[in-house]
Every structure is written in structure tokens, then in C-alpha cells.
Design a protein around this ligand. Structure first.
Ligand SMILES: [Zn+2]
Length: 398
């Protein structure tokens, strides 16, 4: 199919058509004639909005949903998650990623940045589902490293049907699970080939204290010393950041991924939206983290909690405005990975969702950002489009 013409959608309160050709929006106005060979989708007055970009997850962990709740991160990881993962099979990973992909698409997400074992499988599933993804093999100094399968990932990439939608990253797990050689090696390779670096960073107080004790500096400063902080570096969590850390992240152009549900569930702490984003000027995106520490992959849950977290953390209800939160979930997430998406505009990537205007959560509709961040849920999403292809039509996965 050469493209997609979305007819009769509502954008910014007005009826319009939107044409996607070659994977980008090429026209947005009423009365567009369908070019030859272009599929037409009648939106029938449904609301056209940007899709979501999940900047940090471990998709296969959906297979562990509800397995070990109500535990501290260290105990959760050491006594439950890692022992479970030691017995992982290809089939379990495939089922987990598939489950995650379905949940993400149903809730309007078209992209995910993944860090996990057996990454070749996540790549294959993302390709089968037609999603965008950055897949990073989890790099670690631990017996589980047998599941890293970086070479298998490179091989799998050579056979994908949608190479333009997919890329490979380096994903060192965290400073406490990697050594200096691994971090420096990662920085060197990423510098040479321009790949994304994806790492957990300053997620817990214990991680920061451990790094201060071992290296005499914070995890952010340590990563920078190892050459790891670049504008292609994705720092998951960033809950415990010193002022110097925030300046360093901003100056290097690295991205901090806010994962509010996981931070709350594991009691990792409260991300300081005002200090990092509003005043700190850092690039910020939104993530779900893995399903085992969430336990959903819906960006509606994530956006609402991100806004509430910003307000409680700052003591100011004007902090974490709906517009800002919606922006980091869409445009901010896309830009974090060099994708020109997350916005319905000519020239942007052809990713979008159609929302049901009859959904109670969207009525009355005074302000779309407010409705999406504070009231909407997965049931509002009717149709999902990625790269001009329909992934879900009238709530049915294609
Ligand atoms: Zn994580």
C-alpha cells in the first residue's frame, strides 16, 4: 500500500483529512482526494492525536505480571526476578513480548525502547506487529549474561521486514551491575556507530550510595567519566539526581526517562519534574518500565501519575501541566530517539491514534491534553496507526 488517507477526523476541534505517504504526513486539510493506490480510512468524526512513544521498558517482563508484587527493588530483583529469569526460555520471552506489544498498541503506543535478554526475539515480535522499536541487549557482569545474545540480535536485524522502524542499541543494565571496562567499551562502540545507549540511572538511593562508595562519585558523574553521557544516551528513572547531575545531563544532551508507576510501586522515590524538566532544562521522555514493576504498559496510567507526582513533589499544582506531560509522552519521546514524530503535522512521521469522541472520559471535551492526561484510558483508543499502516482498527489488532 502506497499510503493512507484518513478522512473526516477531528483535529484541534475541526474536521479534516490527513494523508500519509512514504511514512510521513504529506497533507492535512479538508477535502483531500485519495491518490491512486492509497488506502482510505473513514475516521467518522473520531479525534486524531499523536501516538505514544514508550522510552523505557522490558517488554518480555509482561510474562511476569503480578509474579512478585509489594517488594523493595533489591529484594524484588535478587530474590524473584533474576531467579525467574535464570530459567527463561525463548517461548516465554516471545509470549511476554507479544503480550506487551498488544497492550501497548491497544493503549496507543507505537514505539518502545527495550532492554532485555534474548533481544533477537523482541526485535522479531516488534517487526511482526509493525511497531517501531529500539532493542538493546542487556549488558551485565552476571551469570544471566548468557542471555544477552547480542550477535543473534545483529543476525535477526538482517532479516526484519521493516528495518526503517527498528534499530539496535547498547543497554548496559546499570552502574551496579556492570564494570568500568564494559561501560567504556559501550561508550566507544556507540561513539563509532551512533547507536543509542540505554541504561538505568540513579533509580534508587541505594544505587547512588553504592556508586559514591565504590567510585567516589554519583552514577551520572561515573557514567560521564566512562564517556557514556551523550545526546543519544537514554537514562531510565533519574530519581535521585544532584544539581551537578542535572547540569551534566543537560549539557551532554542526554535524555531522562520518567517511569512514575514503577518508581511508586518499588518505592524508588519521586522524580523531580520541576528540577529536572521545568527548571533544569533536561530532555525528558516517559516510560512504563517493565510490566513486573508497574503492572501495566498503558501510557494513560503513566501520564496521570507523572502529573500528580510533579504536583505532590513540588507542592505546586501548577507543576506538571497536562500539556507538558502529554508532550513528553509523544513528541518528547519521539525526539529522544531521533524520530520526527509525536505530532500531527505535515512532514512528521505518520504515527497517530484515533480516539472515540463518545467515550465518557472524553466528554465534555474542553481541552484534549487535560482529557488525555487526567481522564482517558485505553478504552478511548479506537484505531492506531504506525508509519502510515493500521496496527489496530476499531479496537481489532490487524
Ligand atoms: Zn527498567
Amino acid at each position: 500500500m502506497a499510503g493512507l488517507l484518513i478522512r473526516n477526523a477531528v483535529l484541534d476541534g475541526s474536521r479534516t483529512d490527513a494523508l500519509i505517504e512514504g511514512g510521513v504526513f504529506t497533507a492535512i486539510r479538508p477535502g483531500i482526494d485519495a491518490p491512486p493506490g492509497v488506502e482510505t480510512l473513514d475516521a467518522d468524526g473520531f479525534i486524531l492525536a499523536p501516538a505514544f512513544y514508550n522510552a523505557h521498558t522490558h517488554s518480555a517482563m509482561s510474562i511476569m505480571r503480578g509474579l512478585a508484587d509489594d517488594l523493595r527493588l533489591e529484594k524484588w530483583l535478587n530474590e524473584h526476578i533474576w531467579p525467574f529469569e535464570a530459567k527463561l526460555t525463548d517461548d516465554a520471552v516471545r509470549r511476554g513480548v507479544r503480550l506487551a506489544a498488544e497492550e501497548m498498541i491497544r493503549s496507543g503506543t507505537v514505539f518502545f525502547n527495550d532492554m532485555y535478554w534474548m533481544p533477537d526475539i523482541a526485535l522479531q515480535v516488534a517487526d511482526e506487529m509493525g511497531m517501531r522499536a529500539v532493542i538493546g541487549p542487556c549488558l551485565i557482569s552476571n551469570p544471566l549474561a548468557k542471555f544477552t545474545r547480542a550477535e543473534e540480535l545483529e543476525e535477526a536485524y538482517r532479516h526484519v521486514a521493516h528495518p526503517d522502524l527498528l534499530s539496535i542499541a547498547y543497554a548496559p543494565h546499570a552502574v551496579y551491575s556492570t564494570d568500568e571496562r564494559l561501560l567504556r567499551d559501550t561508550a566507544e562502540k556507540a561513539g563509532a556507530n551512533g547507536r543509542i545507549i540505554h541504561i538505568h540511572a540513579s533509580e534508587t538511593r541505594a544505587e547512588v550510595d553504592g556508586c559514591l562508595k565504590e567510585h567516589g562519585m554519583t552514577p551520572i558523574a561515573w557514567m560521564d567519566k566512562c564517556g557514556l553521557l551523550t545526546e543519544r544516551t537514554i537514562l531510565a528513572h533519574g530519581v535521585h539526581l544532584a544539581d551537578d547531575d542535572i547540569r551534566l545531563i543537560r549539557d551532554r544532551g542526554a535524555v531522562v526517562v520518567h517511569n512514575p508507576c514503577s518508581n511508586y510501586k518499588l518505592c524508588s522515590g519521586q522524580f523531580d519534574f520541576r528540577r529536572v524538566f521545568e527548571k533544569g532544562g533536561c530532555r525528558v521522555a516517559l516510560g512504563t518500565d517493565g510490566c513486573a514493576s508497574n503492572n501495566s504498559l498503558s501510557f494513560f496510567d503513566e501520564m496521570k501519575l507523572a502529573a500528580f507526582n510533579a504536583k505532590i513533589q513540588s507542592g505546586d499544582p501548577e507543576c506538571g501541566k497536562a500539556e507538558d506531560i502529554w508532550r513528553i509522552a509523544t513528541r518528547g519521546g519521539a525526539q529522544a530517539f531521533g524520530l520526527d514524530g509525536g505530532e500531527i503535522a505535515v512532514g512528521r512521521l505518520g504515527d497517530a491514534i484515533l480516539l472515540d469522541p463518545a467515550a465518557p472520559a472524553l466528554n465534555p471535551l474542553h481541552y484534549l491534553a487535560s482529557a488525555l492526561v487526567y481522564a482517558a484510558d485505553t478504552s478511548c483508543v479506537d484505531t492506531v496507526i504506525c508509519d502510515g499502516r493500521i496496527l489496530m482498527r476499531h479496537k481489532r489488532l490487524q
